[in-house]
Design a protein around this ligand. Sequence first.
Ligand code: NAD
Length: 375
Amino acid sequence: MIIGILKEPAGEKRVSMLPAQLTPLLQLGVEVWVEKGAGILSCVADADYEAMGAKISDRDALIRTSDIIAGFWLKETAELMHAKKGVVFIGVLQPLFNYKQMQAMAEMGCTAFSLDMIPRTTRAQSMDVLSSQANIAGYKAVLKAADLLPHYFPMFMTAAGSIPPAKVLILGAGVAGLQAIATAKRLGAVVEVSDTRPAVKEEVMSLGAKFIEVEGAADASAAGGYAVEQSDEFKQKQRERLAASVAKSDVIIATAQIQGKKAPLLIDEAMLKLMKPGSVVIDLAASTGGNVFGVEQNTITQINGITLYGNSHLAADMPVDASKVYGKNLYNFLQLIVSKEGVIQLNFEDDIVKGCCILHNGAVVHDRILSLINN
Ligand code: NAD
């Protein structure tokens, strides 16, 4: 059996497996083919893959020959149509947004697993690509903010005067938000945090940040740990509670998301204008609309002297470690679907296999995706 590792589309620096991660896969008796140049932007050469036992292939041959095709983004559906019938794709398909594309992909008779749909359970943690990438994004968001901010983050008392610590407001305390809190605290900032899930209050406080409480959030207990959309009344109350923190913040790191939906707009135009010139906003929710007014994905903009940077894929700016953890997630998932004899064995009784299987043998099989397609 051949597992093919694709080179990512232009602009993406990550690769879905690093050479050091090949050994346990090859021990299963499978062949691993890697597209020529796939690892260059993650600082690994084709020769590094070859030295670990992989075969370097051109893209077309890899797509036509592999039994499993793995990548991060599997976006070039026209090229992927040349894959063998029954091929298994593994990547981040974002099917809740790209459900129309899923139907087109199904027509090629393939099976597709989307690792961003893996259930957020303890057993699935080692395959959870959303967490592994969000952790890096939260860290990098703070470093970007520190770079763009015309102030120090830590407090300094010097002979030339004292510098107060930067004030950082973090919106959303999921995986990215919690890492952003820890990183901002390490840099010496004073941190405040808002989230609609009361369960995160303790985690926020244990990291040394202040939790901004807003009563009356919608119950998210049935949403698999994710947040849900809030009522207009709650949103108004949250905006009122946040206004004072926005006005005094030097930095806002926005990470609030609702799975499969547009991101909630938490800072509108009037609130943004409360911020001082020189302040910085980093919005990790930019690709789904952003939490902050005026933010655009992959763009640095200025409004009233405030710098806004939207980037939902910041983990890609640290491609070596982002690829390392993604590759580990991918390997752990492969262990669920490749037997010890090196053949594909799909067990749909397994909640992880079932939970992230979007297409099987040419049919859309995921309930949520089916209902999006049918409505
Ligand atoms: P996410 O990226 O979907 O959202 C980020 C944060 O934004 C969440 O904490 C969410 O509550 C918050 N948010 C949403 N709407 C908001 C609003 N209007 N105002 C303020 N904050 C808002 O979250 P994530 O990091 O992917 O984590 C999702 C869930 O999965 C969390 O409950 C997390 O603890 C859980 N999780 C579990 C595991 C595991 O057990 N294996 C692993 C990772 C994450």
